[in-house]
Write a protein that binds this ligand. Structure first.
Ligand code: SDX
Length: 436
């Protein structure tokens, strides 16, 4: 389309401004020229929670919220979930292309030989209380890794960045498994680099006294698919935290810990744990109408429903529902799935949800599968964080190579007091005296 410009008339001054449009956006800085006089700072945009603000340009993930489309580097998530391993998708997200057989073999080997953690990590992991939430353990130990790899602070060197990326992807399952074993008072199980990424994770979690833990292949495949679905999701809250903290040139371990913290929130990755709590509280199908009433009265949220971008069915939720049936073949049916399916059926026919375009999101069904597989609810967000580490790191790496990269430092609309003079403590609390 030609004439990609916006003409703005400032009615305060009757001045006209022509601002270029590119990729369906205008540069916010182009508004600063719109002033009422030489002392005027110029116009800014006010966009709390960035509802309508692009924070960056990215080539990694594409979402179409209205059509329910999700693509990693152009490939539909449905095809990647059907044909790839998780590390294959991790390679794609980080490098922009699917790996050849040789590239994948080298990549698998590179990641798997970085699954060990320094023995000292166990010492401070043992310091956590027995019932420490694994997300708290994970974010703390990831941040602590920055003290083991001081070279990681040299974030301007792509080779050093790549080394930390491989280390973090390799070590996340080990840290997560050790946190779980610590909770149960079980010995830590060393990683086995001969196993696949997911089978190694299951080995470190669930090996007991048997000579070799054999992960169920159906469950291991289900975990591969779930990890692929959770790997990236453009500029979600935790990825935005990764970009903001990383923009100060902080090291990747401290930056990833910030992203883990954001993910833990119940409105974000913490929702999968809340969904299980909600389904448990509902208890049975006949209690659903009363719960839906509470949601419509604004007293409760339907956890696992709604999304800032998807105003259609989250494509990941659709795939997760299929995975659930495969898992239940092995584990037996988790009765919570029947409550969830009935909850979805009722919600999707109710005007409250239809009007607000509230559909199941990635968190609605994932916890039900995780529980059936033997994970405890407080591990569910950890299961989100392990694969999302790839997306966080791909976005972080892309940001550091972006010519537009600057430290993230938003402006504000100041609504506080105008200048006023100091009040001696003896006169405070007697405002009328001071103002008189
Ligand atoms: C993830 O961003 C990503 O990509 C995230 C993610 C990823 O892969 O990184 O997809 C992962 O975080 C998925 C979302 C998981 N969170 C939940 O399931 C928690 C429940 N969902 C809501 O809290 C909410 O839907 C959000 C946080 C997900 C989105 O919130 P928005 O975009 O700020 O929407 P909103 O709160 O402004 O809601 C709009 C309306 C409001 O009603 P009104 O004020 O117009 O009357 O919809 C209502 C909300 O009250 N609403 C809900 C609801 N979600 C929104 N009402 C009941 N239950 C809900 N879950």
């Amino acid at each position: 389309m030609d004439n990609e410009t916006l003409t703005i008339t400032d009615n305060r001054t009757n001045q006209n401004y022509t601002i270029p449009i590119s990729h369906g956006t205008i540069r916010a800085m182009d508004l600063r020229q719109i002033k009422t006089g030489p002392d005027d700072f110029g116009l800014m945009t006010y966009d709390p929670a960035f509802m309508n603000t692009a924070s960056c340009q990215s080539a990694i993930t594409f979402l179409d919220g209205d059509k329910g489309i999700l693509r990693y580097r152009g490939y539909p998530i449905e095809q990647l979930a059907e044909h790839c391993t998780f590390l294959e998708v991790a390679y794609l997200l980080l490098n922009g292309e699917l790996p050849t057989a040789d590239e994948l073999a080298y990549w698998n080997c590179d990641v798997m030989r970085h699954t060990m953690i320094h023995e000292n990590v166990k010492k401070f992991m043992d310091g956590f209380h027995h019932d420490a939430h694994p997300m708290g353990t994970l974010l703390s130990t990831v941040a602590a890794l920055s003290t083991f790899y001081p070279d990681a602070r040299n974030i301007s060197d792509p080779k050093i960045r790549r080394k930390q990326i491989v280390r973090l992807i390799g070590k996340m399952p080990t840290l997560a498994a050790y946190a779980y074993r610590h909770r149960l008072g079980l010995p830590y199980i060393y990683p086995d680099p001969e196993l696949s990424y997911t089978k190694n994770y299951m080995h470190m979690l669930w090996k007991r006294t048997e000579p070799k833990y054999e992960a169920n292949p159906v469950l291991a495949h289900a975990l591969e698919v779930l990890f692929i679905l959770h790997a990236d999701h453009e500029q979600n809250c935790s990825t935005s935290a990764m970009r903001a903290v990383g923009s100060s040139n902080a090291d990747p371990y401290a930056t990833t810990a910030a992203a883990i913290s954001a993910l833990w929130g119940p409105l974000h990755g913490g929702a999968n744990e809340e969904v299980l709590r909600m389904l448990g509280e509902i208890g049975s199908k006949d209690h659903i109408p009363a719960f839906i009433d509470q949601v419509k009265e604004g007293k409760r949220k339907l956890m696992g429903f709604g999304h800032r971008v998807y105003k259609n069915y989250d494509p990941r939720a659709r795939i997760i529902k299929q995975v659930a049936e495969e898992v239940f073949e092995v584990t037996g049916r988790n009765p919570k799935i029947d409550i969830a399916l009935e909850l979805e059926r009722i919600a999707l026919s109710d005007d409250y949800f239809i009007k607000r375009k509230l559909y199941p999101n990635v968190d609605f069904y994932s916890g039900i599968i995780y529980q059936a597989m033997g994970f405890t609810p407080d591990q569910f967000t950890v299961l989100f964080g392990i694969p999302r580490t790839v997306g966080w790191l791909a976005q972080w790496d892309e940001m550091l190579s972006d010519p537009d990269k600057k430290i993230a430092r938003p402006r504000q609309v100041y609504t506080g007091e105008e200048q006023r003079d100091f009040v001696p403590i003896t006169l405070r609390g007697q405002r009328e005296l001071v103002e008189a």
